[in-house]
Design a protein around this ligand. Structure first.
Ligand SMILES: N[C@@H](CCC(=O)N[C@@H](CS)C(=O)NCC(=O)O)C(=O)O
Length: 214
C-alpha cells in the first residue's frame, strides 16, 4: 500500500519531489493531474491544495504543498537517504540557503516566464514580461554557475534535494532561444551528473518525459 501520493503532471514542479521519492525507495503513487483541462483548479484538487498549484504530496492522508516544503519533509522523514546534510551543520544551512533561493528566486522568475499574462493588466505587455523573466533566470543561473566551480554537487559531497531542484529548474529553461542553462559548463556538467542517477532516470521515465531531459 502506498504511503505517499504525489500529485503532479509531466515535468512540472512535482519532478524534484519525484526524484526524492525514487531515491528514498519510498512506497508511493504518482497521480497525474490534467492541468491542460484545468483539473488543478477544480474543487477536488483544491481540497488537497487550496492554492490550486502543482505539486501536492499526501503523507498518508495529510496533504503538504509547496515543492520546497515537500522536499524538506521527505528528506527529514528519511534521513538514511542522506538527501540533506546533518541538522545543525554548516552544510545544512547552505542546503537551506540554496533550496530557498531556488524556490524563491529562480522558480519565481520561471513562473513569470511561463505565465507572463498573470503579471500584467494589459496582455500586450506579456511578451516584455516574458523576455525580462528569461533574462532574470539567466542572471540567476550565472550566480549558480560560479558556485558550482570545482564542485560535483551544490552542497556537500553527495547528491540531495537541492541538486534535484536545480536539475528541474535547468530543465525548465531547455527551450530558451539562446544560452539555455545547460550551456553553462558547470551547470551542464551538474545536470548530466544528476540526470545519470538511476533514481532520477526512473522519475523522468515515470513522468513519461522524452529525451533530451534538460
Ligand atoms: N511555489 C509553488 C509553485 C507551484 C506552481 O506554480 N506550479 C506550477 C507547475 S510547475 C503550476 O501549478 N502551474 C499551473 C498553473 O499555474 O496554472 C510550489 O513550488 O509548489
Amino acid at each position: 500500500m502506498a504511503i505517499y501520493t504525489l500529485y503532479g503532471n509531466a515535468g512540472m514542479a512535482n519532478l524534484a519531489p519525484h526524484m526524492a521519492l525514487e531515491t528514498i525507495g519510498a512506497l508511493y503513487r504518482f497521480v497525474r493531474v490534467d492541468t491542460a483541462a484545468g483539473e488543478h483548479e477544480g474543487d477536488a484538487y483544491r481540497r488537497l491544495n487550496p492554492t490550486g498549484r502543482i505539486p501536492t504530496l499526501l503523507d498518508g492522508a495529510q496533504p503538504v504543498f509547496e515543492t520546497a516544503a515537500i522536499l524538506l519533509h521527505l528528506a527529514d522523514s528519511h534521513p538514511e537517504a542522506g538527501l540533506l546534510p546533518p541538522p545543525g551543520s554548516i552544510d545544512r544551512a547552505l542546503a537551506y540557503q540554496w533550496l530557498v533561493h531556488l524556490t524563491n528566486s529562480v522558480q519565481v522568475a520561471y513562473l513569470a516566464y511561463y505565465y507572463p499574462e498573470r503579471q500584467v493588466t494589459d496582455p500586450a505587455h506579456a511578451p516584455s514580461v516574458k523576455a525580462a523573466a528569461e533574462a532574470r533566470v539567466k542572471e540567476l543561473f550565472a550566480v549558480i554557475e560560479r558556485e558550482l566551480d570545482g564542485r560535483r554537487w551544490l552542497v556537500g559531497d553527495r547528491p540531495g534535494i537541492v541538486d534535484f531542484m536545480l536539475l528541474m529548474l535547468v530543465r525548465w529553461g531547455r527551450n530558451f532561444a539562446d544560452n539555455p542553462p545547460r550551456s553553462l559548463p558547470n551547470i551542464g556538467a551538474h545536470a548530466a551528473r544528476t540526470a545519470a542517477l538511476p533514481a532520477v532516470i526512473r522519475a523522468f521515465e515515470q513522468e513519461g518525459l522524452a529525451q533530451p531531459w534538460y
